[in-house]
Ligand binder design. Sequence first.
Ligand code: TMP
Ligand code: ASP
Length: 263
Amino acid sequence: MNKGSKLYEGKAKIIYETKDKNLLIQHFKDDATAFNNLKKAKVEGKGVLNNRISEYILTNLSQCGIKTHLVKRLNMREQLIRKAEIFPVEFIVRNIATGSLTKRLGIPEGTVLEKPLLEYCYKNDQLKDPLISKEHIFSFGWADEKEIKLIDKLTLRINDILTGMFRAIDIKLVDFKIEYGKAWNKDAEKKEIVLADEISPDTCRLWDVKTEKKLDKDRFRKDLGNIIQAYQEVARRLRIMPEETNISEVNFGKTIPIKFKKK
Ligand code: TMP
Ligand code: ASP
């Protein structure tokens, strides 16, 4: 699939057109940003790992019946995706209190929530993605009630699937952010809601079950170091990286070359 012109460049990804008007190419950059672009850096290899981890997660979700925008991974940094009209809303699920929830409401860090907490943010960089309520979504026509009812249901199901997937590799899924869009269905007769964007250590908080070591973008946000090693550890535990790439507590900190299993 040949890359056409650039359609959009975000903080961590670039979207290109293709010859097919319903398909796009999603390119994963090495750029890391936090606090709405205030903090920026290049993390070599991050794009490659996020491409692979997100492909793995979305493929698994799709096998569980969740419709996604992913068609296939094309190469180390790119995926072929269905063109989707993205809802301007970030859907956040929290299982354990941390991050902006603890800052905003004073909930103690690490509090295990009785049930998953759903939050909505308006996707707008200039306004710093403010927290909104469902009523804002309906008032401004960002999605209708039927769409949000379905999205809420899908989001909680995704949380269940991912919580289990990560628990099996000794990782706690603390919280995450997802996005949805509307894409033409297979027969191009109507649009359907699909999971879009990415799910990766950039968009989740992942803690090691035993040590609570952070294996996600908080290592960048909080200057904890060893960002790429943490992402590699997630890929290794998901068995995306070869077994011989042994990133243990002992060598956490060394640079490990990124190798992937052939499909
Ligand atoms: P928060 O605690 O900073 O609100 O983040 C909640 C979750 O959403 C966390 O897993 C990180 C993710 N997230 C993004 O993916 N993109 C963003 O722009 C923000 C603010 C959070
Ligand atoms: N993605 C946001 C930014 O680039 C915030 C974050 O992930 O912390 O600033």
